[in-house]
Structure formats: C-alpha cells, structure tokens
Design a protein around this ligand. Sequence first.
Ligand SMILES: Nc1ncnc2c1ncn2[C@@H]1O[C@H](COP(=O)(O)OP(=O)(O)OP(=O)(O)O)[C@@H](O)[C@H]1O
Ligand SMILES: O=P(O)(O)OC[C@H]1O[C@H](OP(=O)(O)OP(=O)(O)O)[C@H](O)[C@@H]1O
Length: 207
Amino acid sequence: MSEILTMAMPKGRIFEEAVELLRKAGYSLPPEFDDSRKLIIDVPEENLRFILAKPMDVATYVEHGVADVGIAGKDVLLEEERDVYELLDLKISHCYLAVAGLPDTKMNDVTPRVATKYPNVAEAYFREQGEQVEIIKLNGSIELAPIIGLSDRIVDIVSTGRTMRENGLVEYERIVDVTSRLIVNPVSYRIKDEQIDELVTRLYGVV
Ligand SMILES: Nc1ncnc2c1ncn2[C@@H]1O[C@H](COP(=O)(O)OP(=O)(O)OP(=O)(O)O)[C@@H](O)[C@H]1O
Ligand SMILES: O=P(O)(O)OC[C@H]1O[C@H](OP(=O)(O)OP(=O)(O)O)[C@H](O)[C@@H]1O
C-alpha cells in the first residue's frame, strides 16, 4: 500500500480547470470539489489528500514539504523562486505578464513608478532593460494605479485584455507567457517517486 500523496491546489480561477484536468486523467474526485468551503479534502480511494491554498502560497507549501506536489501559475513560480521542481506544463489558465499604462505616455524620467502584484518579476524585467524604477506593491485592482496617478506603468496579468481595455490602458511590452504547472518538493520526489511518476504520466496523457 503506497503512502498518501498531498497535493496543494490553488483556490480561485485555476481550481475548476485543475479539477477538470484531474478528472480527465481518471482521478475520481467527490462532489466536495465542486461546492465546498473545506480547505482539506481527503480522497482515500485515490491515496490523495488535497489542501486548498491561495494561488500565491502553493509553492510555499510545497517547498516546506507539507504538500508533496502542487499546481501553481508560472507567474507565481517566477515571482516566488521557491525551491521546488517544475514537472509538467498543465497548459491551463493561459495568460501572460505585461507592462501596461495610459496610452501615449512616457515613463517619468526621474522616478518612474511601476505598480504590480509581482515586485520581483517587475524589478528583474526593468533591470534587464537597464531602467531603474520604483516598484509599488499592490494586491489587486492593479489597473487603477496609472489611472489614479499612483504609477507610470503596471506589470500585471493579461488574459482577454478586457480589464485593460475597459480601463483605457494599453499594453507596452509582453514579458512572459503564463500557464499552470505541476510542481514537486525535491525530497518527496525521491521518496514517493513511483506515485509522483504515475501522477505525471496520467496528467501528461490529458494535457
Ligand atoms: N485573468 C486571468 N486569466 C487567466 N488566468 C489568470 C488570470 N489572472 C490570473 N490568472 C492565473 O491564475 C492564478 C490565480 O489567479 P487568481 O486571480 O485566482 O488568484 P489571485 O488573484 O492570486 O487571488 P485573489 O484574487 O483571491 O487574491 C494566477 O497566479 C495566474 O497564473
Ligand atoms: O485580461 P483580462 O481577461 O481582463 O484579465 C486580466 C485581469 O485578471 C486579473 O485580475 P483579477 O481578476 O485576479 O483581479 P485582481 O487583480 O483585482 O485580484 C489580472 O490582475 C487582470 O486585472
């Protein structure tokens, strides 16, 4: 009998797609996955335990080994740089990170300000461009920042482009494409290699 594998799942918009993918891969997940406020869901028939975390925290649980594997957006992995291995591109929750701002505006020459939920990604991007900027960390509604005069630019997720459009912003540069990834704790990968390989194989077959 193999050990229980603990998987950290991101609550929010990735969750539904991730559950659908796991079901496609043949995992039988109970109705609790469709409508519940539970943060831990055990599925003993599959030898799986699911923990439901904030998307930005998934890699933290996996790095610390309280979850063996997890599903996280590439945006989170780039921002957090956690000590985890990326095993598979699940090709769900497609979007990209971009620099945006009000149309036909230049960055302030003296103190260009960039608002974002992704301070590390933004910092690294502008450093590579040779531009020194002040990063302003926000937790959401990032598109507000240039409209209200808090920043010259934003670095944020774009999917359909609707939020930018409806708030009168334009895209200046595309930074990186984002999809969700299956990640693993390096120690778990050694100890529970057979179970994890099976998970990867089954998911690989349906992505
Ligand atoms: N508009 C989008 N379309 C598709 N995928 C997105 C979009 N926005 C974010 N994502 C992806 O989904 C992940 C989780 O986004 P979600 O909005 O559910 O979480 P969050 O914004 O961190 O949570 P919260 O809004 O509760 O603070 C992101 O890390 C990213 O990979
Ligand atoms: O291109 P679109 O399809 O419009 O999607 C992009 C929007 O989605 C995300 O916001 P979210 O809904 O997570 O809101 P928040 O940033 O305020 O949390 C992202 O931060 C953008 O604002």
